[in-house]
Design a protein around this ligand. Structure first.
Ligand SMILES: [Zn+2]
Length: 71
């Protein structure tokens, strides 16, 4: 068995994970279909999200579990 499986698009080129701006895997792509698959997502998918005081980091829930004394 080869470790390099052909891409879903039919290209024999090696695949790799396409990550968004936060390093979250979107889908597996190769050089041939990367652009096409990117078009299915927002144009700014590769840009880190605007946090604007509202954290979207995966570990944000931990911060919210910290007891707040000013309530
Ligand atoms: Zn492909």
């Amino acid at each position: 068995m080869s470790a390099l499986a052909p891409c879903y698009c039919g290209s024999p080129k090696p695949t790799y994970w396409l990550n968004d701006g936060h390093g979250i895997p979107l889908c597996k792509v190769c050089d041939d279909c990367r652009e096409a698959k990117l078009k299915r997502y927002r144009a700014d998918i590769l840009t880190p999200y605007e946090t604007d005081g509202e954290p979207i980091e995966p570990d944000y829930s931990r911060a919210r579990l910290v007891p707040r004394n000013d309530w």
